[in-house]
Design a protein around this ligand. Structure first.
Ligand SMILES: [Zn+2]
Length: 192
């Protein structure tokens, strides 16, 4: 099982977590940028990281795993594989989080909800509501990255593989700008 340093090395080594000075699509500046797809492109890393979630819930009698598209699909798949249970995903239809494709969550099922990265946890709460509406029970929440510094409370047990306290700033009030660092758009060419 990976220790904390090994986890961080995988996220930074794959570019899934980048430190620097970033211009986010929201217009805010940040000292950290997270792109989980960059770690999830490596099945072996995905398996190693999700093992920390699966092991945290292995004694919880999980019946199925569900995560929101797109980010939650691979995390759900790998968690389902390791827990030997089905893995489903939710999608938005006209803005509403829902189960499509004939997926079903049986009433009474114990469900693990997973996501790649959460900031406010809004998508996870929406998935939890889909689970509860079907009379099933949310047994826990598993996350690759909790960028709230761990402050989000879903009212159930939560396991985050990596917890980061990501600071965002308005451009007028950005300490990195004041230090004369140039903000770069994540994904720009030449970004290391
Ligand atoms: Zn700045």
């Amino acid at each position: 099982m990976l220790d904390k340093d090994a986890v961080m090395n995988i996220f930074t080594g794959t570019g899934a977590v980048m430190r620097g000075h970033f211009l986010l699509t929201s217009g805010l500046h940040s000292d950290t940028y997270i792109q989980c797809a960059r770690v999830l492109q490596y099945p072996e890393h995905t398996a190693q990281l999700v093992a920390l979630i699966a092991s945290a819930f292995k004694d919880e009698r999980i019946d199925l795993v569900v995560g929101p598209a797109v980010g939650g699909i691979l995390v759900a798949y790998e968690a389902g594989r390791q827990l030997n249970v089905p893995a489903l995903f939710t999608e938005r239809e006209d803005g509403v989080m829902t189960l499509r494709r004939g997926f079903e969550i049986p009433a009474g099922a114990r469900v693990l909800v997973v996501e790649d990265v959460v900031t406010t946890g809004g998508s996870v709460v929406e998935v939890m509501n889909v689970v509860k509406e079907r009379g099933a029970q949310v047994a826990g929440v598993g996350l690759l990255v909790d960028r709230s510094g761990g402050s989000i409370d879903f009212g159930v047990r939560k396991k985050a593989v990596l917890t980061l306290d990501v600071k965002t700033y308005s451009p007028e009030d950005c300490p990195l700008c004041r230090r004369g660092m140039r903000a770069v758009k994540p994904g720009s060419r030449g970004l290391k």
